[in-house]
Design a binder for this molecule. Structure first.
Ligand SMILES: Nc1ncnc2c1ncn2[C@@H]1O[C@H](COP(=O)(O)OP(=O)(O)OP(=O)(O)O)[C@@H](O)[C@H]1O
Ligand SMILES: [Mg+2]
Length: 254
């Protein structure tokens, strides 16, 4: 008889942490409830404003007002989506995947936008990077957040060469992703604040201030960390670390 045993202690621990983080779970549940409640009235606001906009000329005095309603509706929708992710009530699938694939997937989506902003991407992906366990969709969301933040920081920077560098590597029992930009950077006294929900320096239409707090939550739920180092006017570096799975296959003969 051959018996295969897989140590799932770490996975269980992670799940427990995910489900029972006390206060946070309660807030998360409430947020999810509110988000669901808000979804249907929002559909009416967005749908109706779009319908009305369609029959208006751009120089109609009510056009900018309706447009405002639609834009604010869109913004609410984005916030709701982030809240659902934050409280982890939206669907996601756990599995094994390569972080490099996640990065390439995200770049397929964002490449055009980055080229439009004349941003140069340097990729240094470790080809032998082992797979990690988790939700590829959620990890991709972290990568999107970090790249879009870098783009925004570069847009405001006064640099002739705008660069984003993406590096993956294995460090002992974890994989590491570094996303580095030479944008405006972050003041020292704000470094701890940027991970707080709703902390943003962007205009209302541009940012909700949820990107990094959601990313931080996802990293933690995967047993990992998300850290920043930054110098004003020089640029910022975000480092995501995710643990490698502890799958010890034990063979017991008998
Ligand atoms: N790469 C970066 N360079 C400079 N500042 C940054 C960078 N990343 C984040 N920040 C600062 O941290 C703040 C919070 O970032 P976060 O991603 O949480 O929210 P946001 O980008 O403002 O809005 P959202 O991501 O919800 O659209 C930003 O408003 C910005 O001030
Ligand atoms: Mg952001």
């Amino acid at each position: 008889m051959i018996l295969y045993l897989k140590d799932v202690t770490e996975k269980r621990k992670m799940e427990a942490q995910l489900l029972h983080s006390g206060k946070l779970a309660a807030i998360g549940e409430m947020a999810a409830g509110i988000a669901h409640e808000l979804n249907s009235p929002l559909t009416a606001i967005l749908g109706n404003s779009q319908l009305l906009l369609r029959n208006k000329e751009k120089d109609d005095p009510s056009y900018p007002l309706l447009n405002d309603i639609k834009n604010c509706g869109d913004r609410c929708k984005r916030i709701i989506k982030s809240l659902l992710t934050f409280s982890r009530q939206d669907e996601y699938i756990f599995g094994s995947f390569s972080l490099n694939d996640g990065i390439n997937q995200v770049l397929n989506l964002l490449r055009y936008q980055l080229e439009k902003n004349e941003i140069m991407i340097t990729l240094k992906l470790d080809e032998d990077l082992p797979e990690i366990e988790g939700s590829q969709q959620q990890i991709e969301q972290i990568i999107i957040n970090l790249i879009l933040n870098a783009r925004d920081a570069l847009e405001l920077a006064d640099k002739t060469k705008k660069e984003i560098t993406i590096i993956t590597s294995q460090q002992e029992d974890e994989v590491q992703l570094i996303i580095k930009d030479n944008g405006i950077g972050i003041e020292d006294n704000r470094l701890s604040e940027i991970f707080h929900p709703f902390h943003t320096t962007k205009e209302a239409e541009k940012g909700t201030g949820l990107g990094l707090s959601v990313s931080f939550g996802i990293a933690n739920a995967h047993g990992g960390t998300l850290e920043v180092s930054s110098t004003v006017k020089t640029g910022s570096t975000f480092t995501l670390r995710l643990p490698l799975p502890l799958s010890q296959e034990l063979e017991v003969g008998g």
